[in-house]
Design a protein around this ligand. Structure first.
Ligand SMILES: C[S@@+](CC[C@H](N)C(=O)[O-])C[C@H]1O[C@@H](n2cnc3c(N)ncnc32)[C@H](O)[C@@H]1O
Length: 369
């Protein structure tokens, strides 16, 4: 397959199933032979898991309550994640080196906020159902004190509520004595999709001190695969837009253009990158439409959506098209996670070398919770 990103991930996954793409740092492995142990909170379909495994990690716990995401997670990793995080007792979570969490973004995303506003609902932390889930992460960090954390969310998290949301998040982590490194990364350097996300990496100051030598990853030297290279040559005709839907999308775009708004469908450039795949893609697919000679444009097939996110073809899609689009649109790009994780691992190794501790999981009791 010509899809470089998929190949990269597949070659990583292929090796012993535990993905040692990462060049081992000079340190003894953590218990069980993995280079580090991590937990996968708000796991979705395991985008974090694939990326962290590619960097030499071993998943010791997962939590995800959506029934269909659980189906996919079970099919891919042979494990059923624990359900509602609000019910999880922190003591039931195994010790780990890295806590990973891509917490729900709707309360903070531009589209989510405007939808909630139009429905007269609260957004951000005032969204009672989803806005407070970040504090579940804080609760678990406080109890378990993982040496390192990696959180992911929409870029708008930084500017939401005039920066106050981000200040609360940063403040909560700093209050727990974590040194925080936020960086916005566009997955377009790894996959043919413009997808800017904030990655918040944190290190426990009580373990690493004030200046852990972390730097956000830089884009790979190789160009990402083109959109054309991940498309199916003969997609099922059912993905072609009906005459009715195509007319509706064109009329809708014209109406908004006339009003001076930029809303509308996105006809993808096969040699460029697409717009961001969203969890709403299943509705009309309008944000990413593939032009077709002599026919109406079509939406991506679920497999193409998977590739656009960098999920390898060997992972079978075990759910309906609707669920698959939702799951990929919600996911994190594993290749970006792997790039971030490969910058975290040397910091873990640096700390081990510095302290002579041997293994982070065996850190002294004064440092553990
Ligand atoms: C942004 S998605 C994370 C996607 C994930 N990073 C991936 O790669 O697939 C947030 C996830 O949090 C889950 N979630 C929301 N509330 C939850 C809760 N109370 N307990 C557990 N999971 C929850 C949602 O079902 C959703 O899958």
């Amino acid at each position: 397959m010509s899809h470089l990103a998929v190949e990269l991930l597949e070659s990583a996954v292929d090796q012993q199933g535990q993905l040692p793409l990462f060049k081992p740092p000079p340190r003894p492995p953590a218990e069980g032979g993995a280079r580090f142990k991590f937990i996968d909170l708000f796991a979705g379909i395991g985008g974090f898991r694939l990326g962290l495994e590619a960097a030499g990690g071993e998943c010791v716990y997962s939590c995800e309550w959506d029934r269909w995401a659980q189906v996919t997670y079970r099919a891919w990793f042979g494990e059923n994640p624990v359900g509602d995080i609000r019910e999880v007792k922190a003591e039931s979570i195994p010790d780990h080196d890295v806590l990973a969490a891509g917490f729900p973004c709707q309360p903070f995303s531009i589209a989510g906020v405007s939808k909630k506003k139009s429905l007269g609902r609260e957004h951000g932390f005032r969204d009672r159902a989803q806005g407070t889930l970040f504090f579940e992460i804080i609760r678990i960090i406080e109890a378990k004190r993982p040496p390192a954390i990696i959180l992911e969310n929409v870029k708008n998290l930084l500017s939401h509520d005039r920066g106050r949301t981000w200040e609360v998040i940063r403040g909560a982590l700093e209050d727990l004595d974590y040194k925080v490194f936020p960086s916005v990364i566009d997955a377009a350097s790894w996959v043919p999709q413009h997808r800017e996300r904030i990655f918040v990496v944190g290190f426990d100051r009580r373990v690493f001190g004030d200046n852990p030598p972390y730097e956000a990853p830089t884009p790979p030297r190789e160009a990402p695969p083109t959109l054309a290279s991940i498309l199916d040559p003969n997609p099922d005709p059912r993905y072609t837009l009906s005459k009715h839907l195509w007319k509706y999308l064109q009329d809708y775009a014209k109406k908004h253009r006339d009003l001076g708004h930029g809303f509308g469908f996105g006809l993808a450039d096969l040699n460029g990158v697409t717009r961001t795949l969203s969890a709403r893609y299943y509705k009309d697919g309008s944000e990413i439409l593939i032009p077709q000679a002599g026919r109406n444009p079509r939406r991506l097939t679920p497999r193409e959506a998977a590739r656009l996110m960098g999920f390898p073809d060997k992972l079978e899609i075990a759910v309906s098209d609707t669920q698959a689009y939702k799951q990929f649109g919600n996911a994190v790009v594993p290749l970006v996670v792997a790039a971030v994780a490969r910058r975290i691992v040397p910091v873990l190794a640096w700390q081990v070398a510095r302290s002579g501790n041997g293994c982070l999981l065996k850190r002294p009791p004064s440092v553990a919770s």
